[in-house]
Design a protein around this ligand. Sequence first.
Ligand code: HEM
Ligand code: HEM
Length: 218
Amino acid sequence: MTDSAAPLETARPPRRWDPVVKLTHWTIVGAILANGLITEEGSNPHVWVGYALAATLALRLIWGVIGPAEARFAAFPPSPARALAHLRKIAQGRRTEHASHNPLGALMVYAIWSMLAVIIVTGVLMANAPAEAKSPVAAPPAAVQNEAREHEKIGEEAEEHDGAEGGEGHGEEGPLAEVHETAVNLLYVLIVLHFAGVVFETRRSGRRIVLAMLPGRR
Ligand code: HEM
Ligand code: HEM
């Protein structure tokens, strides 16, 4: 472990991400913005953006095995020990260069990808859930709808009082939507930390690392 950090630390300074890393990064950013801000939750556009996100993440993960050295998982292994060592170096004011993500950034990258995986799996499961999971009584006749509204009111009150038993009709969708939403919120926290990390690293290293993520620039 001790000497494994050395090659990364002394790796050549000017880093330039390959087009696949750049493209997948900004496509993922775009998909999150689209589904977080624009598409209606659970709508067709939301789900299609979701599938595009899934395909993009899959491409990046394959690239982590077959891509150029800097893009490979081997170049930025998830290692809390290395991340701690990196923090110590920051505290000591030591400047480090990394061929790929720095050890702290690497943990962040894996955290973001894991969160995206949870969002995608729950999203796909919900999107493919049988129709009755969304509307417990399929296409209720008009006469039943008034009655249904009454039940809704009672249901809302019941939800407020007790979530322990839960409505039987929502058994499939409820927990998935909960996990989906919680993962989305955790993702937002990670994104804020990622952004803070990028700003911090830019100031600390003096390198404009964002430029390395932009098309055709360094
Ligand atoms: C990072 C991208 C995504 C964001 C920000 C996002 C956001 C959300 C939010 C906030 C909800 C409402 C959750 C709730 O009802 O409590 C939702 C619902 C939903 N999402 Fe996503 N989502 C994303 C990706 C996906 C993906 C990849 C899929 C599937 C391919 C998907 C499919 C769905 C479906 C089917 C629902 C409806 C849930 C329901 O009926 O309650 N989402 N999404
Ligand atoms: C939705 C928001 C964002 C998400 C989910 C996200 C996610 C990621 C991920 C997963 C990586 C690793 C890239 C890879 O190896 O494939 C990464 C790297 C990077 N991101 Fe983002 N990103 C977001 C927004 C941004 C923004 C707005 C900027 C710049 C203003 C940015 C700048 C960077 C940079 C510079 C790197 C490379 C870090 C390094 O040098 O190690 N990201 N981001």
